[in-house]
Each structure stands twice: as structure tokens, then as C-alpha cells.
Write a protein that binds this ligand. Structure first.
Ligand SMILES: NC(=O)c1ccc[n+]([C@@H]2O[C@H](COP(=O)([O-])OP(=O)(O)OC[C@H]3O[C@@H](n4cnc5c(N)ncnc54)[C@H](OP(=O)(O)O)[C@@H]3O)[C@@H](O)[C@H]2O)c1
Length: 330
């Protein structure tokens, strides 16, 4: 019997996760170029939460289904789509729509899901992995034996950077604000962990690098921690500005960057690939190989059913996620 509806988490008002309702959605016909997926798992990203408050740069009007990242199985392909077949394991995503049992996506937004990754892992892999890759490979050109300080190393993009830096045989120092987070950062491959609130953080980083300081800082946190990290960077180092999870944009003193000869390097992983198709293709090839080797395999600390989508979004507000949170469909 042909299915006529599926369940989805609907954001019904821009008042945050409490506005989420689980409702039936009608199955719509495919348009040319589209693929219908059975969503198996959806990864939580901070913008999913912001969108439920109408506070993200992309501001859909309710009702809408949140969720940017997913992995699943192909259920149906439009007649003009030749790249995918029914039953293919894929990952992908769009600006929203993933917190549902089904989603329709443009065929170009899908990637094969590596056999090395489960659906849950695949739903959390791409965005963090491409960010870590673009930062450490394209921007910092991190070499074996160099040292890297990863701030927010228990977070999504932080933990991916720990895994990639480890894979490249760098010396990895990660910061984590709780003992549980620091244990997870070590398990992800860091050589050393430090508490970001430690007043001696910069001195300790220098101590771990023979007094030199780190060659690379990877910073998805910002705030005061960023300024502390510039005191721990080596002469001629590279400071990667990834994001501002702390909510505060740091003001870097230009004279300090000059005196220590370090570079401040901003990056936007997704935008760089959109602007440069050759870079996008090189990235695709590199990430396919890394996924197959299980590099940057996500740590998942929180799992939710679709019925608990509101709780899943709320946990993003608590700073308690280690690695990633995921919604798994029944
Ligand atoms: N530039 C790019 O291309 C790019 C791509 C993706 C994401 N980003 C950005 O990178 C940032 C991090 O993203 P993510 O997905 O890794 O986030 P996440 O999973 O929430 O991790 C952020 C980490 O930051 C630390 N943190 C410090 N102060 C915090 C605060 N007040 N609230 C929450 N966390 C705080 C936390 O670790 P501790 O508790 O140990 O401090 C946390 O693990 C975001 O700003 C995101 O927009 C940038």
C-alpha cells in the first residue's frame, strides 16, 4: 500500500523548542531532480535551535520542520535522476526538513554514506568534518609534528579537528570545561587536555610545547578564551577563527599579532566550497577517503526519538552535549 503520510517535528511558532509539535505530513509527489529519503537519523546543529527562535540568518516562517543534517535511505527517485537508486545509503541535508521520517531533497544535495559510518554517525559527520578539513588543511596547512590548540574541543567542530589533527600526526592540545568533556577529548585523540577556565592556561600550553607555544590555534569559541589563546601561540603561528560559541566576538590587538608575527585566518567552510568548485571537488575526494578510514568519527552523547525533538533542541542550550546529539527515527 502506498504511504500517504509520515510524521515530522513541526516548529509552529518562533518561540523556541516548546513550539515543536509532532504531526502527520502528506507525502507529496517528487519534482524533476528530486529524491525521497527515509530519514534514519538527523544530527542536531546549533542553527536548528536558533531557527526555532527566528534568530538565525535563514529565517523560515512557521510552520516548518527544523533539521539541517541527516542520513537515510533512498525511497524514490524522480525519473530524470540517474545518480541514485532505491535503497542507497546516503547522507546530506538542506537548510531544514530533517526532523521527520521522510524528506525530499534535490539529488545534488546527497552523498553516498560511507560503509564505515552508521546512520547516526553519518548524520553528524559532514558539516563538522568539512569545517575541520578546510581549517586545518586548506587554511593552516597543518604538518606532522606541529602543535595545535583546539578550543571547544568537546564540541562538534572542535572534536572533528582533534580527530583530523591526530590523523595528521600533529601534537593536539584540547580544552574542555568538565572532566567528562576532557576524557572524551582524550578519547578522540588529543595528547593533552586543559580546562579553558584555568588561569594558567597560556603558560601550561607553552609548557607542553617546550616553551615555544602552539603552531596553530583552532578557535570555534571566541570570547576571552581567544585572547588567552593568542598568548599561547608560537612566533609565526596561525590562528584559525572558526566561530563564536561563547557568544562574544573577540577584539584581537593588532600590535600583538605584529610583534609575534602570527596570522589571524578567518574561514567559512561551506561558502569556500560554494565559491570554488575545484576546491569543493578536492574536498569531496579527501573527505570520502577520511570517512572510509573512520577519521573524525563523531562522538554522540545524546540520542533522542522523533517524539523528543523539542528535548533534543533544548539540550543544545545547556552546553552539556559532548560531540553531537542526534535524533534517531524508529
Ligand atoms: N567557520 C565555519 O565554517 C563554521 C562551520 C561550522 C560551525 N561554525 C561555528 O563554530 C562554532 C562551534 O560550533 P559547534 O557545532 O562545534 O558547537 P558546539 O558543539 O555547541 O560546541 C561549542 C563548544 O564551545 C564551548 N563553549 C564555550 N562557551 C560556550 C557557551 N557559552 N555556550 C556553548 N558552548 C560554549 C563548549 O565547550 P566547553 O564547555 O568545553 O567550553 C562547546 O563544546 C559555532 O559558532 C558555529 O557557528 C563555524
Amino acid at each position: 500500500m502506498t504511504q500517504i503520510s509520515y510524521r515530522a517535528a513541526i516548529c509552529t511558532a518562533l518561540s523556541g523548542p516548546d513550539s515543536i509539535r509532532i504531526e502527520d505530513q502528506a507525502v507529496l509527489p517528487l519534482q524533476p531532480g528530486q529524491v525521497r529519503l527515509a530519514v534514519k537519523a538527523a544530527g542536531l546543529n546549533f542553527p536548528d535551535l536558533l531557527m526555532t527562535y527566528g534568530k538565525y540568518q535563514f529565517r523560515p516562517e512557521p510552520p516548518f520542520v527544523p533539521g539541517m543534517e541527516l542520513a537515510g535511505e533512498v525511497l524514490e527517485v524522480a525519473p530524470d535522476v540517474t545518480r541514485w537508486r532505491v535503497g542507497d545509503r546516503v547522507s546530506g541535508g538542506n537548510k531544514n526538513g530533517a526532523f521527520a521520517e521522510q524528506i525530499i531533497l534535490d539529488a545534488t544535495l546527497l552523498r553516498p554514506l560511507s560503509a564505515a559510518l552508521s546512520f547516526e554517525e553519518g548524520a553528524c559527520w559532514q558539516a563538522a568534518a568539512v569545517t575541520a578539513w578546510h581549517a586545518l588543511h586548506d587554511k593552516a596547512d597543518l604538518k606532522a609534528g606541529e602543535s595545535v590548540l583546539v578550543l571547544g574541543a568537546s564540541g562538534g567542530v572542535g572534536m572533528a579537528a582533534v580527530g583530523l589533527a591526530r590523523h595528521r600526526d600533529a601534537v593536539v592540545i584540547g580544552t574542555g570545561s568538565t572532566a567528562e568533556k576532557r576524557a572524551a577529548i582524550l578519547a578522540a585523540g588529543a595528547d593533552h587536555v586543559l580546562d579553558p577556565a584555568d588561569p594558567d592556561l597560556a603558560a601550561k600550553v607553552k609548557g607542553l610545547t617546550g616553551g615555544k607555544g602552539v603552531d596553530v590555534v583552532y578557535d570555534p569559541v571566541g570570547g576571552d578564551l581567544a585572547i588567552t589563546a593568542t598568548r599561547a601561540i608560537a612566533y609565526g603561528g596561525r590562528y584559525l577563527i572558526v566561530g563564536f560559541a561563547s557568544g562574544t566576538i573577540p577584539q584581537f590587538p593588532a600590535n600583538h599579532a605584529m610583534i609575534k608575527g602570527y596570522s589571524l585566518i578567518g574561514l567559512r567552510a561551506g561558502e569556500s566550497s560554494r565559491r570554488d568548485p575545484d576546491l569543493a571537488e578536492r574536498t569531496r575526494i579527501a573527505l570520502t577517503a577520511l570517512a572510509d578510514q573512520g577519521v573524525m568519527r563523531p562522538h554522540i552523547s545524546h540520542r533522542f526519538a522523533l517524539d523528543q525533538a523539542a528535548d533534543a533542541l533544548k539540550v543544545m542550550e545547556t552546553r552539556s552535549v559532548i560531540g553531537r546529539a542526534v535524533i534517531t527515527m524508529a
